[in-house]
Design a binder for this molecule. Sequence first.
Ligand code: PXP
Length: 254
Amino acid sequence: MARYLRLGVNIDHVATVRNARGGSHPDPVRAAVMAIQAGADGITAHLREDRRHITDADLDRLMREVRAPFNLEMAATDEMLRIALAHRPHAVCLVPERREERTTEGGLDAVAGPASLAPAVRTLREAGIRVSLFIEPTVEQVEAAAALGAPAVELHTGAYCHAAGDGAARELARIVAAAARCDALGLECHAGHGLTYDNVAPIAAIEPMAELNIGHFLVGEAVFIGLEASIRRMRAVMEGARAAGATGLIGLSR
Ligand code: PXP
């Protein structure tokens, strides 16, 4: 039997649409509650330094009103650590952050990364928060994340999602190898960034994969078919790929 694969729904872009008009609609907390009803296993949101998506007030409400594991994406800064320790979410995913980037464009460098990384991992773990590091999908980065004491990593799938043909196959092979190294080292393996109905199956089929975090596509698709339907369909694609992967039937069909 295939191992269960969790779906974390990232609600940042519900907040982005709300913020475009500065009001209160659409409400990302309402979206989070609906996502759980539609079969998400958890909710993810990125509190950025510039608060371009969710705000501190959203985080307060998400922690109070959503009855499901909450994964806070954040940079390893003193400000964010203070906020994480005040809220104690189920999980924190440490991500790199550059103010000028449109989205999180690359993974953290766990090999030569900021000196703040190791103490941040320790502080969060001591507070009972599950920590993951958002890294490029390489064996070297996975090993460095393990050396930093992280119990989980999230593999950045952006390069795979943006590649085509042989390039996509090469990127997928890097993700498969990185996931296998996670498994060997006892790290929980997650993945995310740029995943859609069309490219999620080969990632969902990777045996050690435990969690996928998906946001932009699901929120965009919700414009056409509604949020619950967009999430239910993603779950179905993931589960189909998982079952087919367990029997060796899944391949790269793009
Ligand atoms: N995981 C992490 C760590 C991210 O930073 C993001 C993007 O905010 C995602 C997953 C979700 O990516 P997308 O919105 O492209 O699905």
